[in-house]
Design a protein. Sequence first.
Length: 328
Amino acid sequence: MTVSNQKYGAGIWHFATYVDRYATDGYGPPRTLIEMIDLAGQVNDLSVVDINYPFPGGETSFEKVEDALKRNNLSVIGITPEIYTRQFAKGAFTNPDPGVRKLANEMVNDAANVVRRFNASYVKLWPGQDGWDYPFQVDHGKLWRHSIDGIAELAGQNPDLNFVIEYKPREPRVHMSYDSVARTLLGIEKMGVPNVGILLDFGHSLYGGESPADAAQLAIDHGRLFGMDVNDNFRSWDDDLIAGSVHPIELFEFFYTLRKNKWEGVWQLDQFPFREDSVAVANSAIDFLKGIERALDKLDFDAMQKAQDAHDAVTALKLAREALFTSY
């Protein structure tokens, strides 16, 4: 039996409670960051978390967070500065107000210091408010330059750290600046810095009409796949459902692509269990990901390559299905 060294992680928001525009009173009472960490500690085989900054759920100290992480045997993989809240409603890096752009820079630099304190792997940038909503609303050339320059400046200010951009086609903006793997790679190429890469969200790739496996290969080919997280959706919205619940074959192809390219990193969950038990949802996803691990160990990679070289869809799918659906 193969012993797995694979690490599993989750965004700490997986263990929060949520509101939407209908249940404005929320789907449960608010939780503190410490309560979220304690819930994360109940998940089997979860070892790392990504934490928002400023810390969610009210005031808390670094010492309390460190104590909570220690008692739950968790470490921090990344820090996600909240550059998408109301004060950044017109954008963070692309805001028309230079004072707000400066505020975004300061917040991310503060988050960079938190990364150093926790010895984490990266600062995660999700500039959800950077973009536009209407025709003629923005000067597209200026908006794109601000998108690039804002992140390049941070990378230059913190050459010892990695920054990852999590792209998404839309929400909250109708059009987000970093909306696809290709556009994000173009922006990073223009930055000309070595310490900016992509965090590829499987669901965002689906939602954007991409093949997540193809997107991963493109990012790997450019040496820019710095991180990933998984979930699922029905492609019409960023539903953040349990990984493998809707698109198990495409999820398997995604991880096949990572294994084929010898990409090693944390398999991280970015799921939003609005109505479900958050610990049960995380365990369900990790159980499926373990099945994918077993399927990858079982899959005949040489036979798969032969089928792919011949563009033989029938044989390739037969190999994938036999490996995946007999691994539970």
